[in-house]
Design a protein around this ligand. Sequence first.
Ligand code: NAD
Length: 371
Amino acid sequence: MERLLVTGGAGFIGSAFVRRVLGDAAADRVVVLDKLTYAGSLASLDAVRSVGSRLHFVRGDIGDRALVAQLLAEHRPRAIVNFAAESHVDRSIDAPAPFVMTNVVGTASLLEATLEYWRTLSPTDRERFRLLHISTDEVFGSIAAPNRADERSPYAPSSPYAASKAAGDYFVRAFHRTCGLPTLLTYSTNNYGPFQFPEKLVPVVILNALEGRPIPLFGDGQHQRDWLHVEDHSDALRIVLERGQTGDAYCIASGRHHMNRELVALICDEIDRQCAALPHRPTSALVQQVADRPGHDRRYALDASKVRALGWQARIPLEQGIRETVAWYLANRQWVAEISRGFDRAARMGLGLGPQMSQMNADESSSLASN
Ligand code: NAD
């Protein structure tokens, strides 16, 4: 794999990917570019600090053209893997502007800088180069059972987050079709595992259950998701990077579906098992139904046959993955405390659109003009 530039590599999935490719020496060198928003943490890369100069961290924005151009010229990566994004649906409902700035404008800017770099490469290096962009099943919107979306399914995003990811994806497709940039696009289902910021469902349930706080369950709890362990996702990305067809997209999914209320029950049972001394057991008694998220998609489902044909399959069953994830959060309270500083897990987000979109027009477009 040689040299990689990984954007968003201090986030949940990006850091798992970096730990994986450096841990088993699949990459000689990884340059991580990450803005370190509230969701990013250098501590997520501690496990691979020992690789020394094989890991190079730069704090910065994918939308900073000059910085990206400089990093590309200096490190000359064989591939770029773009994880950088604003990723939380509820936040996108309250304040879409940062989602537009990073997921749309930032992605387009990264593509421009990449195209410029790619055009300077020798014909052989141009042939080998890849830009892998990480997208989500949410771009397809809600999928009625028993159907599954695949790589040719139409986009139907529901949330501002999904809309911003869809827009970013269109730029990736356009840079391939119009400019010949060798891109790869992946859609994955919901990820879970260690180092996930505690605003997402799995860590919220684990931590609230541990602390005896109410566990919010949106609406009737019957929304269905396909939960994919972040390490299975990382494996799939490596395979797509090595064997994927440029210009193609790949759906990555475990193939199993669970209602949110089933997932929450599974986590509570696991907490009860691993923390037998908790005074407030059974922790499932802490579950409280709360108002549903506006526009909440009922079901996400992807057909992963195309990536399986490249030789990938999910290895970690949900029960095992949840057991290990619960154990990880129990053992890593310090990481949770540090990344959560200033974040109130009890505050409800995502109940209505705020005024920030118009704010962006005034503030962000002027800062864009100066970039
Ligand atoms: P995350 O929020 O945990 O991490 C995002 C990382 O990107 C953070 O480290 C953040 O600091 C960084 N970042 C944000 N804006 C940036 C910018 N402008 N420039 C540089 N860095 C920036 O997100 P995640 O869950 O790891 O998701 C990674 C990618 O995978 C995203 O593109 C997301 O849309 C996609 N995805 C996530 C899931 C999931 O279940 N978490 C599922 C499917 C797809």
